[in-house]
Design a binder for this molecule. Structure first.
Ligand code: GRF
Length: 194
């Protein structure tokens, strides 16, 4: 089974959905470690409850990004991680991690890319007045939300929607789409090895 690392900086609702799907054997993989850059992130408690080791890296403690990422890479290697899932990780992944994990890093973004990349995608969609937004899962490259798209699902925006209500709708779609997509990507590999 594929050994995953999940990278997250915030609440971790996607982390939770993925860990639950692993526990239920919907995704055939193991989550070896949570990597976070935020020692106050709620996701840390979720990992602790699930018995998943947490490694926190404060980027301010490193002279440059490559040094920061080299330390993360050492931890990934020590757990035998072969696939990285970004779930609300609020930082661009640099070449130090991208090179050894070519096509092995996925991200989830709360819009139908290439529309509304970057921060505050849900607010961007609301302010633009579009009637449909959604969720995108994509491979990660050196750009900001630019890698090849793996899956997308649309979410309708109603006149009554606020940032809060639209965020709730998008999160619900994220949790199911991320789990389904990871199952498609990883389960085939698991069944050929068991
Ligand atoms: C999600 O909306 C995801 O698309 C974006 O960051 C958010 C993370 O939410 N990249 P959570 O921490 O998983 O609840």
């Amino acid at each position: 089974m594929t050994k995953l690392a999940i990278f997250a900086s915030g609440s971790g609702s996607n982390f939770q959905a993925i860990v639950d799907a692993i526990t239920n054997r919907h995704i055939l993989a193991t989550c070896e470690v949570l990597i976070t850059d935020n020692d106050e992130a709620k996701v840390i408690n979720r990992a602790k409850k699930a018995g998943i080791p947490v490694h926190t890296f404060d980027p301010k403690k490193y002279d440059k990004k490559a040094t920061f990422e080299r330390e993360i890479l050492k931890v990934l290697q020590s757990y035998g991680v072969t696939f990285i899932v970004l779930a609300g990780y609020m930082r661009l992944v640099g070449p130090t991690i991208l090179k050894p994990f070519d096509q092995k890093i996925v991200n989830i973004h709360p819009s139908l890319l290439p529309s509304f990349p970057g921060l505050n995608a849900i607010e961007q969609a609301l302010h633009a007045g579009v009637k449909v937004t959604g969720v995108t899962i994509h491979y990660v490259d050196q750009g900001m939300d630019t890698g090849p798209i793996i899956a997308q699902e649309a979410v309708a925006i109603s006149k009554e929607d606020t940032v809060h209500t639209l965020t709730e709708k998008i999160h619900a779609v994220e949790h199911s789409l991320y789990c389904e997509t990871l199952a498609k990507l990883l389960n085939k590999e698991a069944s050929t090895h068991t």
